[in-house]
Design a protein around this ligand. Structure first.
Ligand code: WTA
Length: 648
């Protein structure tokens, strides 16, 4: 692949980086030769333990004996690691820079202040009967209280389950019920791009069907009107003001649950990915330091929302464990104008900037001027996450945003992986635009032939699997261990199956090609086709629906729905609109169906299975490569679908 463009490591970056190319090679080799020794050292270096572990790792990837355990017997507390241990050395250093939606509103919170507020809220949680192991749902916008809430849970050993503020009341209800939360933390409203969104109202609707939630803590964000349930609802500000600032951190076992985070899969409802305490924190801190080459004192900004795993690991846990200054941004990239990201970079002297390809693509559309009128001289490292970054967007990010000075770390990972698995390291890895490049320490990716499961050696393309665990790997699906095994360990026995396809080039670089299961990646957000289909068939006029992704310039993938109306129903544009808003209402504003095609019939096998492969091809307008349609129960349905396809 030598004809591909390669960007060598800039000398200035390599000179002061934590890890250069030789160090990467040596450390990676060591992580292979002596994993237990390697991870013991990392665990010592990155985390303060109140009790040392007895065994570093104990695992089996075999479906009949599946278990993954790290640092068993060890004890620690995550909030202690993110706060208390920094107080002597950096108590007055800013931990969180909060940049509000309104460019004139920001707030700086030191480690000492954060510690105090976390202790107060932890005491409030206790006073409301939250005990170690109980689940707490956090449904908050991007405000510092979200980080406080996460850390307060970890302080007392409660397990948080964050639900992205853009999810609908129904999605919130399903998640609260599934993880059996007893307390919900929300705010009166959230603010994005100048618009107010009634968060508490959504939560109130969801709670009508969540009888086990006995407390709702409400942050006053806007002062907007809210309904109030006496006895259940308490104001955040009033309750923490009355609480003590002393709260001893609970000693947690390394394998005690830390959080649940729901994520979409191929089938059924979203599943609660469960992460545990010790391994996750080691992995979050280590990847944050090395992937971003974080240097002490730098301002670091990840633009994700804490409702996604990127926000968990790379806004809160990784940065704070490392004593970093982490920017938390409430707003959106185009408000009040297209320069917002870069204005914030200049305002807060951001050195490391981490965002998603979809944001880069939409900013790219507005041209260079909104970027070029800002300085961005503070920037040193750029990062990308959430979907494959197309080389054109990569080049623009590199040349226009980074002025050709800043390495881009294209980090491939998943909710399930806890932290980066395949990523360049700024001081060590030559970059190829569009490639996530090489594995992180301890990570062994492999490609298997999707058809027969055999391992592919050398350059090739196949299903991406990981052959052995790393400390940040999810441990189970909350409440459904069998589903964990079935989803990730059955397809290719002995391996963790990622759901992604990838190509490996002659230099051993990985190029992620995208999901090869029925998961869509829309603007970096994961959505299961099954979830969208279930929403569509709720409509009384819909007989059947099949959803696939199709290439979309801005979103990466768009949502394409084939819908079969009930017999006798007139398929109108009005009905299309109803269906779009139905899906949005069921799941949330991240699930906007882009295209609906009326389908008199769907291509099915004789056993009744919908052949999505064919539907994907038609949606992508790749009708010359439909493949074999002879096994269809009724091959003629395909002709109609081709004839009436939306993209020609
Ligand atoms: C995709 C987000 C290519 C991939 C951290 C993965 C990527 C899914 C990249 C996980 C990347 C994430 N290059 N694809 N750098 N990062 N993906 O769980 O398909 O929201 O399986 O975690 O996003 O999405 P999730």
């Amino acid at each position: 692949m030598s004809e591909e463009k390669v960007y060598p490591v800039p000398a200035a970056i390599a000179a002061k980086a934590h890890i250069n190319a030789e160090q990467y090679a040596a450390m990676y080799q060591r992580s292979m030769d002596d994993p237990a020794g390697f991870w013991a050292e990392q665990a010592e270096q990155f985390v303060t333990w109140s009790k040392k572990w007895d065994s570093v790792m104990d695992y089996s990837y075999q479906a009949d004996d599946l278990h993954i355990k790290w640092f068993q017997g060890g004890q620690l507390n995550v909030s202690y690691n993110c706060l208390d241990r920094h107080l002597d050395t950096r108590g007055d250093q800013v931990a969180i820079i909060w940049e509000g939606d309104d460019p004139n509103v920001d707030r700086k919170i030191t480690y000492r202040e954060l510690h105090e507020e976390v202790c107060r809220l932890a005491n409030v949680l206790k006073s409301r009967g939250v005990n170690k192991g109980d689940r707490v749902c956090i449904y908050l916008p991007m405000i510092p209280e979200a980080a406080v809430a996460m850390l307060a849970c970890t302080r007392i050993g409660a397990v948080h389950s964050i639900v992205f503020g853009g999810f609908s009341p129904d999605s919130l209800r399903d998640r609260v019920l599934d993880s059996e939360c007893k307390l919900v933390i929300t705010s009166d409203e959230s603010v994005r791009g100048g618009r107010h969104i009634p968060l508490k109202k959504n939560a109130d609707i969801a709670m009508r069907e969540c009888p086990n939630v006995d407390t709702m803590i409400v942050v006053r964000r806007t002062g907007g009107n809210v309904d109030w349930v006496e006895g259940r609802d308490i104001w955040y500000d009033e309750s923490i003001a009355a609480a003590s600032t002393e709260c001893a951190p609970e000693a947690m076992d390394a394998e005690d649950p830390l959080f649940v985070l729901y994520t979409s899969g191929s089938t059924g409802k979203p599943k609660g990915a469960l992460h545990t305490t010790g391994g996750y924190l080691v992995y979050a801190a280590m990847t944050h330091k090395y992937t971003f080459d974080y240097q002490d004192g730098e301002v670091y900004w990840c633009t994700a929302d804490v409702g996604w795993v990127t926000g968990h690991t790379y806004i809160v846990y990784g940065p704070l464990a490392n004593g970093a200054t982490s920017v938390m941004f409430e707003g959106i990239p185009n408000y009040p104008d297209m320069s917002r990201f870069w204005d914030v970079v200049d305002k807060h002297n951001v050195a490391i900037f981490y965002t998603a390809p979809t944001a880069i693509r939409s900013l790219m559309r507005a041209g260079e001027e909104p970027v070029k009128k800002t300085s961005r001289a503070s920037l040193r490292i750029l990062g990308s996450v959430g979907e494959p970054i197309n080389p054109e967007a990569w080049e623009w990010y590199y040349n226009v945003v980074g002025d050709g000075r800043c390495p881009i770390v294209d980090t491939w990972w998943q909710t399930e992986t806890g932290g980066h698995l395949i990523t360049p390291l700024p001081g060590a890895t030559a970059l190829k635009p569009g490639s996530a490049s090489q594995p992180f320490f301890g990570v062994v990716p492999a490609l298997v032939d999707a058809a027969n499961g055999t391992l592919i050696e050398g350059p090739g393309e196949g299903a991406l699997v990981i052959t052995q665990p790393w400390p940040g790997q999810m441990r189970t699906v909350y409440g459904d261990h069998q589903r964990y095994i079935d989803t990730y360990f059955k397809q290719y026995p002995g391996y963790y199956f990622t759901g992604d396809g990838a190509r490996r080039d002659a230099d051993g670089y990985y190029w992620i090609t995208g999901r090869i299961d029925d998961v869509l990646n829309v603007s970096g957000h994961r959505l299961g086709t099954a979830e969208i289909e279930s929403a569509l068939v709720l409509h009384p006029h819909v007989a059947e629906a099949a959803v696939v992704g199709y290439p979309h310039d801005l979103k990466g993938q768009g949502i394409y729905a084939y819908v079969t109306p009930m017999a006798g129903v007139e398929p109108t544009d009005e009905l299309k609109k109803e269906l779009v808003s139905l899906v949005r209402g069921e799941i949330g504003p991240i699930a906007i169906v882009d295209i609906i095609q009326w389908a008199p019939g769907l291509p099915k096998t004789r056993s009744g299975k919908i052949m999505r492969r064919i539907l994907r091809k038609i949606a992508a307008n790749e009708i010359d490569s439909l493949g074999d349609t002879s096994t269809l129960a009724d091959p003629t349905v395909v002709e109609d679908l081709i004839e009436n396809r939306a993209v020609k």
